[in-house]
Structure formats: C-alpha cells, structure tokens
Design a protein around this ligand. Sequence first.
Ligand SMILES: C[S@@+](CC[C@H](N)C(=O)[O-])C[C@H]1O[C@@H](n2cnc3c(N)ncnc32)[C@H](O)[C@@H]1O
Length: 236
Amino acid sequence: MSSPDPVAVRATFTSVAPRYDLANHLLSGGIDFWWRRKLVQLAKSGPHEKILDLATGSGDVAMALRKGLPEKTEITGVDFCEPILEFAKRKRARNNLPVETNQFLVGDCLDLSFEDNSFDLITIAFGLRNLADRKKGLSEMWRVLKPGGRLLILEFSQPFFWFNPFYYFYLQGILPWLARFVTGDREAYLYLGSSISAFPNRAELCEELRSAGFSEVSANPLTFSVVALHQGRKKN
Ligand SMILES: C[S@@+](CC[C@H](N)C(=O)[O-])C[C@H]1O[C@@H](n2cnc3c(N)ncnc32)[C@H](O)[C@@H]1O
C-alpha cells in the first residue's frame, strides 16, 4: 500500500464520522475503551500542564485524558477533518467542559501551527497510520514537544505470529461487512485492513522514533499485539 492520500483520508472520516464511535466499540468488541485507558494510565505520570492529542477525531482520547488528569491540565485536540471534530465538540458540551482547557482545533499533523517546545505530552491514537508522511509527522511532534516531554502512540501493530491467521481473517473477511452494516461504508474498513497490514511492527516503529530524535523508546503490546503502545521522550 502506498502512503495514505490525505484527501481520501479526510473523505473517509467525513463519511464515517456520525457512526465512528459506535463502529469502534462494536467492531472491537468494546476493547477500545481498555486500550485508551492504558494510554491514559501512562499519561498520568506527569508533568502534564499542556497536552496535545493529535488526530483526535471524535475526541475519545481527549475525553479519557480529561477524566484521568487534573482539571487545570490544558488538553488540545487537533484533526484535519472538520466534520469529525464537531462530534468531539458535542462531547465537550455534553460534559460541560470549559472550552479554554479543552480546545478542538482544525489542523494538520504534518504542519502544526504551534511554536517549538510547547507541550509536555503528545498523544496520538490510531492516527499515525493515517498520516501521508509519517517521518514528517514524527518530526513535527518532536518539534512541538518541550524538552523532557513525552510522546505516546496508541496504534494497530503486527500481531503475534500465531494470532495472524485469525486476525487477518477477521480484518479482511468479516470486518468490512460488519462495518458496512454499522456505517454503510465498507470501503472505509477495507482501507483499515490494508493500512494495518502496511504498518510497521513494534521494532520497526521504535526505530523510526529513534531516527526522529526520540530517546527512551519502548513498545508495549496489547491484545496479542493487535495494538501497541509506543512511547518516546524528547531529551532535555
Ligand atoms: C482512526 S481516527 C482516530 C481518532 C481518535 N484519535 C481515536 O482514537 O478514535 C484517525 C484520525 O486521523 C485524522 N488524520 C489523518 N491524517 C491527519 C493529518 N495529517 N492531520 C490531522 N489529522 C489527521 C483523521 O481525520 C481521523 O480523524
């Protein structure tokens, strides 16, 4: 698979936006809640004055971080798909959260509008795989992190080899049809399968993080390594 085309990616998330959360929870059997909780657990070891949640989508990670972190922590969600951000803003309103410390901004992960050294923590969940240029994205993340700041990546990975046949049978044979039922968009979930199989494994992604300048790089497999939590730090 060639690099994701940003126009097609934006169109895909515009199309699935109204059903995005429901599809996530149903198609993962609800395990996505647990994956995000693991991310928040890691995020809790501060400092966390200013957090940037990239490719925030409908804001589930931003909301999970909000629940787990002190009220004064500023959480900024960024996504380049405006329609899906509307769903994040609705969640903010439903939870009566102040806009000042819970911003959702339209922006491109490949060209962030923030100054160098702005954030204590950057999170990106199921977003890195969708970037047209991962190297550029990682270098932007490094740039806007404060020295000593951390990057946490929650993303699909390559499962343990013995789990592969079951996983890819589900991903390519069953999931697109289920997804068509839930979202009406089978193509979007065919894209999901091919983007996952084209994504680097844990060791390869760790190497990409080191090449982007991150230190203390590690990867923690979750659910037979269907998903992995990677972290890296911008050295002081
Ligand atoms: C699978 S969703 C993940 C949403 C959310 N983080 C979650 O955990 O559910 C991927 C998101 O990445 C966004 N995205 C992809 N490329 C982007 C880019 N270059 N800049 C900003 N957002 C991007 C898409 O618009 C989409 O909302």
